[in-house]
Design a protein. Structure first.
Length: 271
């Protein structure tokens, strides 16, 4: 059974969240301009052994949609508000894409609250982050909405997966978001610079990425793993941005094995 409720951010904004599953808490953080449905295809992979907690970022889903207040740092504070509302002192955190940027703030500024950290298909941002190439930027900026959406799908999934799973896909953005919230999310992600934060992360950290990710280039993974003390890195061969969904049979066990602190099992799954 899924329990849904709301917490209140420091500025009074209502943040919707959802809990389901059993066991120690695992916070799942979605990508830019997405709500908790980002995790729909894979959430059940964790629910037998983890109480999963998702949120609707401010501007998405059932959360408030303020005119201002969008940044990865603020999103991280909203996660803390949700943990406080649930009475959770410490949790494992799995952030993907922009959610990984949010998780960097959470783990660096609220180290006591994060037991273990997984950063998926994300980057440090700022001057040290590796940006997507010009061809990808042009494909996303097309005025034809159908063509732009198709470009996003092709960056998220392989052609073979799209042929077998034509959609709809829950990772392409919250269609109910107002324009100002979309702009806020874009500025939040683009404005993130986690480089100074990363050495302050003390939680055991796993960095995951698909080898064929062009939306958030794979070269960001070794940057993160090299900057965060004692971080491990696992690359999933052939995966694009939504590695966690298309390659769930590999990605899910990797995450769970890491969170249960079985490094030998992590290495075996990666092979």
């Amino acid at each position: 059974m899924t329990v849904s409720s709301t917490a209140q951010g420091r500025d009074g904004v209502r943040i919707a969240y959802q809990c389901t599953g059993v066991g120690p808490p695992l916070v799942l953080l979605a990508g830019q301009a997405n709500n908790h449905h980002w995790w729909d295809a894979v959430r059940e992979d964790f629910c037998d052994v983890r109480t999963t907690v998702t949120i609707d970022y401010r501007g998405t889903g059932d959360s408030d949609r303020p005119a201002r207040g969008y940044s990865t740092k603020t999103f991280a504070e909203d996660v803390v508000a949700v943990l406080d509302d649930l009475g959770i002192d410490r949790a494992d955190v799995y952030g993907t894409s922009m959610g990984g940027r949010v998780a960097q703030w959470l783990a660096a500024r609220h180290a006591r609250r994060v037991r273990a950290l997984v950063l998926g298909c994300t980057s440090p941002g700022g001057e040290h982050g590796i940006e997507r190439d010009a061809n990808v930027r042009r494909s996303l900026a097309q005025s034809d909405q159908a063509a732009s959406r198709r470009a996003v799908e092709e960056l998220m999934y392989t052609p073979a997966y799209l042929a077998a799973h034509p959609g709809p896909h829950s990772t392409l953005g919250d269609p109910t978001m107002p324009a100002h919230a979309r702009r806020g999310h874009r500025r939040a992600s683009d404005g993130h610079d986690g480089w100074p934060l990363l050495p302050a992360i003390t939680a055991p950290t796993l960095v995951m990425h698909g080898t064929d990710d062009r939306l958030n280039p794979t070269a960001n993974a070794p940057l993160l793993a090299g900057r965060i003390p004692f971080a491990r890195m696992r690359l999933i061969s052939g995966a694009r941005h939504a590695y966690f969904e298309e390659f769930r049979a590999v990605a899910g066990p990797l995450v769970l094995d890491f969170l249960t602190d079985r490094p030998d099992a992590v290495a075996a799954s990666a092979g």
